[in-house]
Design a protein around this ligand. Structure first.
Ligand code: MN
Length: 254
């Protein structure tokens, strides 16, 4: 009986999340679709504001169609707290394992951001090509799923163990490239995570463009000091981009 009660209480919902945070998570889903970071696939989560062990994530669906009623609460192991029969993302362990092991992370974006993919499958590093992607100066890691899952996975993070391996590969980096799959972007706020996800995609496009003009050795990236300084500057202007992207992504269809 005690064990049953414990199981029930472990599933208890946290005190209600900030409605503003839920609205922001809906906007984040729509922005990431509108900006070409996610398509029918990919997901974005935010750490729960009243229970830091939990996080908020949409039910399994296309991010571009998410509304507030689709947002669900998940516990630290990636279990839905009140599933109500809804389908959940197979790869939710990306989120649960990162929140579990990186207390400073408040938001996680997982996508198959198309321009980023080539940097996960070649030795060409994803580095900051311009000031708005300066956060990449902190380093980008590459997750090789064969090291954790063997030579014959379907590339997906479908277990907590694979999520934990990805989280270890991420380390303190803002971005981990998932070879042959996509990437994961983390930040200390939801709006910053969206900013980083959008500008990771833009940086990848621009860097590939630069590499069509010149070999890697002739491309000049931001140095460490420039990257750190630009990142400090960008923190003050993040919201301008968010407001614009949100207005466009949530505008009624015409
Ligand atoms: Mn995926």
């Amino acid at each position: 009986m005690g064990a049953v009660m414990e199981a029930i209480s472990a599933q208890a919902q946290s005190p209600a999340a900030d409605p503003g945070l839920i609205d922001d998570l809906v906007a984040a889903n729509r922005i990431l679709y509108d900006q070409g970071v996610v398509d029918g696939f990919g997901h974005v989560s935010v750490r729960h504001n009243t229970n830091p062990d939990h996080f908020l994530l949409a039910r399994s669906m296309a991010p571009g169609l998410v509304t507030s009623t689709d947002i669900m609460e998940f516990d630290r192991d990636g279990n839905a707290v009140d599933q109500q029969g809804r389908a959940v993302y197979l790869e939710r362990f990306i989120h649960s394992e990162i929140y579990k092991t990186h207390p400073e992370v408040k938001a996680v974006v997982h996508s198959h951001s198309p321009a980023v993919i080539p940097f996960g499958v070649t030795t060409v590093p994803l580095r900051p090509i311009f000031h708005l992607s300066s956060f990449l100066g902190a380093g980008v890691t590459v997750f090789e799923i064969r090291e954790a899952g063997g030579p014959a996975t379907d590339m997906l993070i479908r277990t907590p163990e694979l999520g934990a391996a990805l989280s270890r590969a991420l380390g303190s980096a803002p971005v981990a490239l998932m070879r042959g799959h996509g990437d994961v972007v983390v930040a200390s706020s939801l709006k910053e995570a969206v900013f980083r996800a959008v500008y990771s995609e833009v940086n990848a496009r621009l860097e590939a463009e630069a590499l069509r003009l010149a070999p890697l050795g002739q491309v000049t990236f931001l140095n460490d000091e420039e990257a750190a300084n630009a990142t400090a500057t960008n923190a003050g202007v993040l919201l301008r981009a968010w407001d614009l992207w949100k207005a466009k992504a949530l505008a009624p269809a015409r």
